[in-house]
Design a binder for this molecule. Structure first.
Ligand code: GRF
Length: 215
């Protein structure tokens, strides 16, 4: 059975697009059954429409609390019977209840080589630290922000003339490679999170995640 995927966005949705492309090409054995945004009018919603994927806007500002917003989100997502929830630039902190509900079946992508640089401004922080490399990571979501077990990581080198913007662009290219890959693995039951950590092809995955080497 193809897996049912819900993608949560707040913005441009370029990672959403990469996953749409990989479902349409048949590389991912799954269907995006819903795109849900907490902001109206964002470009990611247009991408969903262009791909004939149902979309929903649930504006967090019209809820009294984080808890009530997350409860409504859960109801919405579960109404689509999603097997996998993909956070793709979804700029909301999630409640523990929400995170626990989707434990082991929710991915996030973060623009750093986790566990380095959790939170925001990752590109500038890598530059300020004088790092030679930077990258992005797909991880299972836990209650700790950007702290869940790592699935796959892709690297870029930092050049002397890199700015935060140029780094962001380079990292985005790799995001669009590793996010569809992680979703592909999940949908093919090749990656899962168990009590023993992340299992990839029936073996424990390295703590730093599978290292992706771009072609
Ligand atoms: C990406 O940089 C991702 O790493 C972060 O949010 C951004 C989303 O970009 N979590 P897009 O909306 O997929 O273009």
């Amino acid at each position: 059975m193809p897996k049912r995927i819900a993608v949560l966005i707040s913005g441009s949705g370029s990672n959403l697009q990469a996953i749409i492309d990989a479902t349409q090409s048949g590389r991912i054995d799954g269907d995006i059954v819903a795109v849900i945004s907490n902001k109206a009018g964002v470009f990611g919603l247009e991408r969903a429409a262009n791909a004939d994927i149902p979309s929903e806007v649930l504006d967090h500002k019209s809820f009294e609390s984080r808890e009530s917003f997350d409860a409504a989100m859960m109801e919405l997502i579960d109404g689509y019977n999603a097997d996998l929830v993909v956070l793709a630039g979804f700029m909301r902190i999630l409640t523990p209840e929400f995170v626990r509900h989707y434990q082991g079946r929710m991915f996030n992508i973060h623009p750093s080589l986790l566990p380095k640089y959790k939170g925001l401004n990752t590109h500038q922080r890598a530059l300020d630290a004088g790092d030679k490399e930077h990258g992005c990571t797909v991880h299972f979501v836990t209650e700790e922000l950007d702290g869940g077990p790592l699935v796959v990581q892709g690297r870029v080198s930092i050049n002397l003339d890199d700015s935060s913007d140029s780094l962001q662009q380079k990292v985005h290219v790799v995001e669009h490679q590793i996010y569809p890959l992680a979703v592909e693995w999940f949908c093919a039951n090749r990656v899962r999170w168990t009590e023993d950590g992340v299992i990839f092809d029936d073996q424990p995955a390295p703590a730093e995640g599978i290292q992706y080497i771009s072609e």
